[in-house]
Design a protein around this ligand. Structure first.
Ligand SMILES: [Zn+2]
Length: 284
């Protein structure tokens, strides 16, 4: 039986948000058993500033996973931090933020993995809550789909397919075992297309994006001077996003996730579909 985990002590990092461009400091603190992951907006003092990291708190999934509580207090771009918590098996943690959006840092989960490691992952007494998938649940949008089905442990298969030769069709299979996330997934950076930058800016998004935090693709080329860390860095990042989004279940999953061209919206719909059908899951 695995036990719940938190962190041993507080730790902080700072940086700008990829969409807002606004700087923020993230301070992670230990949390008691059963608390789960809770975002707290330290700059909001006149209202309830706590936003539990749960699928029901997700308000928008355009270009990132964003959440709000009943008091209208929000936190944006949570997925890379949540992926690190899931990957390192941190169940209970307070993530205090003094701005509206998590720092994008290098566009991957690596800085968050380093922060959690620096704070020290610490075992607690209570057994871990696991969301066991009991039957197939699938959501679709055109050619895209995401599904969960019963399986041993937590395994994933993700496929992406882009016309550009810089990406093409990429597939990855991954099993969440100790150490695997940091080794195979955490370092994969987010990516975007040069021709979309202007459109994003016009929407007031992507204001903090640069080649320091995004792999930029133009035509069939990667524009970043340092190139890629691996040819399949794109699908590894997509997997990273899936891991972050699925942690909004409120615990680790026991089952097989499969996604073709998945995104934050599909992943959110998938979790909601699971919770809408009481026969499809059990907390163990
Ligand atoms: Zn991402």
């Amino acid at each position: 039986m695995s036990r719940q985990q938190t962190i041993a002590q507080s730790a902080s990092l700072s940086g700008a948000g990829v969409h807002s461009g606004k700087p923020a400091t993230l301070t992670i603190r230990p949390a008691p058993e059963g608390a789960g992951v809770r975002f707290v907006r330290a700059d909001v003092t006149d209202r309830n500033a706590v936003i539990p990291a749960l699928v029901t708190m997700v308000t928008t999934t355009e270009l990132g996973t964003n959440m709000s509580n009943d008091a209208g207090v929000s936190v944006a771009t949570v997925e890379h931090f949540l992926a690190a918590c899931s990957g390192l098996g941190v169940d209970n943690i307070i993530a205090e933020l003094d701005g509206p959006e998590l720092p994008i840092l290098d566009g991957s989960s690596r800085p968050f993995v380093e922060l959690l490691t620096q704070a020290g992952v610490k075992e607690q007494s209570a057994p871990r809550r696991v969301l066991k998938i009991l039957k197939l649940v699938e959501v679709r949008h055109g050619d895209k789909f995401a599904r969960l089905s019963p399986g041993e442990g937590f395994e994933m298969r993700v496929v992406i397919d882009f016309q550009t030769k810089a990406i093409g069709r990429q597939e990855i299979r991954f099993a969440m075992t100790p150490g695997a996330f940091a080794r195979d997934v955490a370092w994969a950076r987010t990516f975007g297309f040069a021709h979309q930058a202007e459109q994003l800016h016009a929407m007031g998004k992507g204001l903090g994006a640069s080649m320091d935090n995004t792999i930029v693709v133009e035509g069939d080329a990667v524009l970043n001077p340092g190139g890629l860390q691996s040819g399949d860095e794109f699908v590894r990042h997509k997997l990273l996003d899936v891991i972050g989004d699925l942690f909004l279940a409120g615990g680790q999953i026991e089952g097989l996730y499969e996604g073709e061209q998945p995104g934050h919206a599909l992943n959110n719909r998938l979790l909601r579909a699971v919770f809408d059908d009481a026969a499809s899951f059990a907390w163990t």
